[in-house]
Design a protein around this ligand. Structure first.
Ligand code: NAD
Ligand code: DAU
Length: 352
C-alpha cells in the first residue's frame, strides 16, 4: 500500500493537503503526524475520523525514537513535510522554538527517512535508495527576504531571510538540500507565497481581519499598510505540492505563487467592502520589526515543467473564503475561546 506521511497535517495547509490527497488518491494511506501545538486543530479533519486509510498520530517531529517507530510500522513511501512554527510575529517573541522545531525537527525527519529508505543501511557512504520514495519539504518564499518595487523571486534568487521564522525556514530548506548533495537523499523543495482559504488559524491576516469584521472590531494594520504579499488559494498550493511530489525532479526547488500582488491596505479594504464596513474601521498600529516590504513569486518553472497554473482568481477565492468563515462562525469561535483544544482531549478519551 502506498503510504504518504504528512507532517503538520492538523494545521492550515496540511489539513487542506490531506483533503486534497483523499480526493485525488483514494487508495493511498495517509499518516498524519502532528504534535498539536496551538496551531494544530483536529476539528479540521473531522471528516476523516472513520476513514480506514487515514491515520493520526500525536507525535513531535523532534522525537527521534517515535518517528523511527512510525517509519517501521507504516513503511512510508513519501514524506510531505509541513510541520513547523509558522507565524512571523511569534518568532520575534520566541525564536528558540522556531529553530528547534523548524531546523532540528526537519533534521530528525531527514535522518530517519534516510535510514529507512537506504538500500544498504549499513553502508555509510551508499547513495542508493528505494525506488519511488521522496521527501517533499514545504519551504516558503520568505527565505528570499524582501523585494524592492520591481522584480520577482526566482529559484535562483539568493536566500536572505529577515525574521527568525524565515531564517529557521531557510536553515531547514538548506539542510534538506544538503542531505541530497551529501547523502543523495531524494528530496524536492517548494517555496510558496502567502496562502489563504478555509481553516487558517485566525492569527494570520485574512482570517484575523474577517473575524474582526464579523465581531465588529477595528482592523489592526501594521505600519503604513503598503507591504505587498502575493496571495495564493490553499487548494492551488496543495495541487502544486502534489504535482511536485509525483512529477517534480529530485533535488530541485520549485517556486509556487499566485501572481496576485496586493498591498495589505488594498486587501483589508476588499474585506471591509464585503462586510459593507467603511475604512474608518482600519486602525494603524506599530509596525512589525524587520517587516519584509514585498514578496512576489515567479512560478514559470512550475508552469513549464509541471503544467501548473493557479485555478482561483483572487476575487473568487477571497469571496469564497470570506463566505466559508461567515458560514462557519463556530470554527473560529472555538479557537478564540480555546474550546478546540478540548476536542483533542475528547478524541483521545474516546480512542483509549
Ligand atoms: P500552521 O501553523 O497552520 O500548521 C503547522 C502545523 O505543524 C500545526 O498543526 C502544528 O501543530 C504542527 N507542528 C508544529 N510543531 C510541530 C512539531 N514539533 N511536531 C509535529 N507537529 C508540529 O502552518 P501552515 O500555515 O499550515 O504552514 C504549513 C507549512 O507551510 C509550514 O512549514 C510553513 O512554513 C509553510 N508555508 C506556509 C505558508 C502560508 O502562507 N501559511 C506559505 C508558504 C509556506
Ligand atoms: O509568504 C509566505 C508566508 O506567509 C509563510 O511562510 C508564513 O508561514 C505565513 O505566516 C505568511 O507570513 P506573513 O508574515 O506574510 O503573514 P501574516 O498573515 O502574518 O501577515 C501578512 C501581512 O499582513 C504582513 O505584511 C503583516 C500584515 N499584518 C498581519 C497581521 C496579523 C497586519 O498588517 N496586521 C495584522 O494584524
Amino acid at each position: 500500500m502506498h503510504t504518504i506521511l504528512v507532517t503538520g497535517g492538523a494545521g492550515f495547509i496540511g489539513s487542506n493537503f490531506i483533503r486534497h490527497l483523499r480526493e485525488k488518491h483514494p487508495t493511498s494511506r495517509i499518516l498524519n503526524v502532528d504534535s498539536l501545538t496551538y496551531a494544530g486543530n483536529l476539528e479540521n479533519l473531522q471528516a476523516f475520523e472513520q476513514d480506514p486509510l487515514y491515520v493520526f498520530r500525536k507525535v513531535d517531529i523532534r522525537d527521534r525514537p517515535a518517528i523511527d517507530e512510525l517509519f517501521t510500522l507504516f513503511e512510508i513511501d513519501d514524506v510531505v513535510h509541513f510541520a513547523a512554527e509558522s507565524h512571523v510575529d511569534r518568532s520575534i517573541l520566541e525564536p528558540e522554538l522556531f529553530l528547534s522545531t523548524n531546523i532540528l525537527g526537519t533534521q530528525v525527519l531527514l535522518d530517519v527517512a534516510m535510514c529507512h529508505w537506504k538500500r544498504y543501511p549499513d553502508d555509510k557512504y551508499s547513495r542508493e535508495y528505494r525506488e519511488d520514495v521522496c521527501f517533499v519539504h514545504v519551504s516558503t518564499d520568505e527565505v528570499y527576504g524582501s523585494l524592492g518595487e520591481t522584480g520577482l523571486f526566482t529559484e535562483h534568487t539568493p536566500l536572505a531571510p529577515n525574521s527568525p521564522y524565515s531564517a529557521s525556514k531557510a536553515g531547514s530548506d538548506l539542510l534538506v538540500r544538503s542531505y541530497h548533495e551529501t547523502y543523495g537523499l531524494p528530496i524536492k523543495i517548494t517555496r510558496c507565497s502567502n496562502n489563504y482559504g478555509p481553516y487558517q488559524f485566525p492569527e494570520k491576516l485574512i482570517p484575523l481581519m474577517v473575524h474582526r469584521c464579523m465581531t465588529d472590531q477595528s482592523l489592526p494594520v501594521y505600519g503604513d499598510g503598503g507591504q505587498v504579499r502575493d496571495w495564493l488559494h490553499v487548494e492551488d498550493h496543495c495541487e502544486a505540492i502534489d504535482l511536485v511530489r509525483q512529477n517534480g525532479r529530485v533535488g530541485e526547488v520549485y517556486n509556487i505563487g499566485g501572481h496576485n500582488e496586493k498591498t495589505n491596505l488594498e486587501l483589508v479594504r476588499m474585506i471591509l467592502q464585503s462586510f459593507d464596513r467603511s475604512d474608518e474601521c482600519i486602525h494603524f498600529v506599530k509596525d512589525r520589526p524587520g517587516h519584509d516590504r514585498r514578496y512576489a513569486i515567479d512560478a514559470t518553472k512550475m508552469k513549464d515543467e509541471l503544467g501548473w497554473v493557479p485555478r482561483y482568481s483572487f476575487e473568487q477565492g477571497l469571496e469564497e473564503t470570506i463566505e466559508w468563515y461567515r458560514t462557519h462562525p463556530e470554527w473560529i469561535e472555538r479557537i478564540v475561546s480555546g474550546a478546540y483544544r478540548t476536542y483533542e482531549r475528547d478524541m483521545y478519551s474516546s480512542v483509549e
